[in-house]
Design a binder for this molecule. Structure first.
Ligand SMILES: C[S@@+](CC[C@H](N)C(=O)[O-])C[C@H]1O[C@@H](n2cnc3c(N)ncnc32)[C@H](O)[C@@H]1O
Length: 204
């Protein structure tokens, strides 16, 4: 867990306005890594949380790219207990905000591509649902494939949830050996967003 309050930003990012400002500032610094200029809406969060709860069926849930916690909050409000939830965020200032706001949640500051190392041997392979908020559509295909592999290692056969602003699938399903379907769409997000569930394609 990241020690809370190690960055000055933690204190100033305790309101919705300041969290949005932090988001915007990070987008200016690294637009490809952020993928969005503002945090996800509660409407999108509710749709992601409902799907994650159903897919996880009581097992641990991992969120990748938790940002300032818009989806984290929805997962908790949707009934996933803090002790079941691990959130991964690469930006230390944001991980600090998460650790300060969500007591009891396992907040990990690190690179999602190193998921096995971040989760450790006990949790690897036992995850029930992975929620990916990292903007995969912007990445080259080999980089997408590496994260899909890391997720499969953590949550074998479960696939992952991914929210996106794309009109069509943000991932080339066939190229990655995935089945994917859109579970939900909401216009109440800036911009409107879809929730996708990708799973390894059944053999045969
Ligand atoms: C589109 S934002 C989503 C933030 C938040 N989940 C939300 O919905 O408001 C993408 C987030 O992924 C994080 N991210 C990008 N690359 C990452 C990586 N390699 N490992 C962990 N987090 C990453 C970014 O820092 C950013 O917070």
């Amino acid at each position: 867990m990241v020690p809370a309050g190690t960055h000055a930003e933690t204190r100033s990012a305790s309101t919705p306005a300041s969290r949005t400002l932090l988001f915007l500032r990070r987008w200016v610094a690294n637009p490809l890594e952020m993928g969005s200029i503002v945090p996800s809406s509660p409407a999108l969060g509710r749709r992601v949380a409902a799907a994650a709860k159903r897919i996880a069926a009581g097992a641990p849930v991992v969120e990748l790219g938790a940002g300032t916690g818009a989806i984290t909050r929805a997962l908790l409000e949707g009934g996933i207990a803090p002790a079941r939830l691990t959130v991964v965020e690469i930006v230390p200032e944001m991980a600090d905000v998460l650790a300060a706001a969500y007591q009891g949640v396992n907040v990990v500051c690190g690179d999602a591509w190193s998921l096995r190392t971040l989760l450790g041997p006990e949790a690897t392979g036992r995850v029930g649902a992975v929620v990916c908020g990292i903007p995969l559509v912007l990445l080259p295909r080999p980089r997408q494939a590496a994260l899909i592999e890391a997720i499969e290692d953590a949550a074998p056969g479960r696939g992952f949830l991914h929210y996106s602003y794309c009109i069509t699938s943000p991932l080339p399903r066939a190229a990655h050996g995935l089945e994917g379907r859109r579970l939900a769409w909401t216009p109440l997000n800036l911009p409107p967003a879809s929730v996708w569930h990708y799973r390894p394609r059944a053999a045969g």
